[in-house]
Design a protein around this ligand. Sequence first.
Ligand code: C5P
Length: 233
Amino acid sequence: MTSNRAPIAVALDLPTLEAATTLAGAVGSTVAFLKVGLETYLRDGAAGVDTIRAAAGSDVELFLDLKLHDIPNTVAGAARSIAALEPALLTVHASGGPAMIEAAVSALPNTQVTAVTILTSLSAQDLAQIGYEGDPLSAVVRLARLATEAGAQALVCSPLEVAAVRSAVGPDVRLVVPGVRPAGSAVGDQQRVATPAQALHDGADLLVIGRPITAAGDPAQAAKDIAAEIARR
Ligand code: C5P
């Protein structure tokens, strides 16, 4: 984990590069990671990512949340395309299968390939419709094992799954957990939430937090307050 910064990745899901850059500058000295997802990357590209990082300061790490899912050769090429950004973390879908995950890992030796197990937006009924058998938690654990056996060094899972995933994959895999809400903050559209303290207690290493910081009146202070809540636990 990065130095003494809080184990938080701020999700920069914002409508303009200017807004993302301002936010990055506000939280860059408090949090360990900035998460750049499809909204920002598809609009602003690699040059936008450079601008955001320059505003945040050199120590903050890049979490590139592109959720790649394609044939192994194409994913390897996509991974090489973003190698110059030197992300600490890059997401791929575990359901792309072992060969795809191995291809991403080989293409990016200096990045932790981070496998998304099952999107938290999918209900048990959705999963049955697309052909997953069993309950969602067993599908998550199965995909977590598959991904780490294929070389993924990190996994994304919900707060409700993190304890089961931790016990399935052991202590060395980085567990990245969205759906985190500080006590008393708005839940928004997240269905399955936990407080920072609960998620860390259950085995999370890195908390993905968006709106509780990005939509706060004072994002810098909101990030500091959550960092303090984590440090007190
Ligand atoms: O604003 P909020 O804290 O809900 O943002 C959570 C971030 O985590 C968003 O960028 C969202 O895309 C991401 N995420 C998630 N659930 C997942 C995977 C990623 O909320 N299962």
